[in-house]
Ligand binder design. Structure first.
Ligand code: COA
Length: 178
């Protein structure tokens, strides 16, 4: 029988191929794999996390060395820190695993990371038509401050969203939701 265990951990170089494959499935204009290499290996201000499932296969025998772990990446998120401010560069959940709270968990992870690093606010760009992601971000206090015309390669506008994370109330709310 397989029992799924989920965990979120920092992205490592060994995750890049799988993350890049998921990126291709999720986004219209995916990042090339080299972008993840650059971010994860060479950008000290970039903090990327993956959400993976670990299915422990328990064989009929009771011998512990008979267990096998199968890992899959179900989502990822990235935060860049610059001059005391944060920017969420990406967030995605595998299409088959949406609607189970995993995107929210990933967002909370980078918001907590931003708080730990003493950042004052966090911004991001989102497609104007992406109301699902916008709904998630608004739940965490993000507000639109600008509409960027023709921001994406296919001509769609982006909304620039920002959340002030300095308030004690924000910290308490995040802690309670976690
Ligand atoms: C945006 C995304 C990460 C959300 O991940 P998810 O795991 O499905 O979301 P969750 O289950 O954690 O839901 C969290 C919140 O998102 C919003 N949301 C999620 N699915 C929704 C849906 N079908 N309709 C409306 N709102 C929805 C809700 O606000 C929800 O909170 P609620 O459960 O209290 O209503 C996911 O849809 C995704 O990967 N989309 C493609 C990539 C993308 O658009 N990334 C954002 C780039 S800026």
């Amino acid at each position: 029988m397989a029992s799924p265990i989920y965990r979120i951990r920092p992205m490592k170089s060994g995750d890049i191929a799988a993350v890049s494959a998921l990126e291709q499935d999720v986004f219209h204009d995916p990042w090339p794999q080299t972008a993840f290499v650059q971010e994860v290996l060479f950008n000290s201000e970039a903090h990327y996390f993956i959400l993976e499932s670990c299915h422990i296969q328990r064989p009929a025998s009771r011998w512990p060395w008979g267990k096998r772990a199968r890992r899959r990446i179900y989502g990822f998120v990235g935060l860049r820190a610059n001059l005391g401010q944060g920017h969420i560069s990406t967030l995605a959940v595998h299409p088959a695993w949406r609607g189970h709270g995993l995107g929210e968990l990933l967002l909370m992870t980078v918001l907590a990371e931003a708080l730990e690093r003493g950042l004052t606010n966090v911004s991001l760009e989102v497609r104007a038509s992406n109301w699902i992601a916008q709904s998630l971000y608004r739940k965490y206090g993000f507000q639109t401050i600008e509409r960027k015309s023709h921001y994406y390669r296919d001509g769609e506008d982006a909304l620039l969203l920002i959340a002030d994370i300095t308030g004690a109330r924000y910290r308490e709310q995040l802690a309670s939701q976690r």
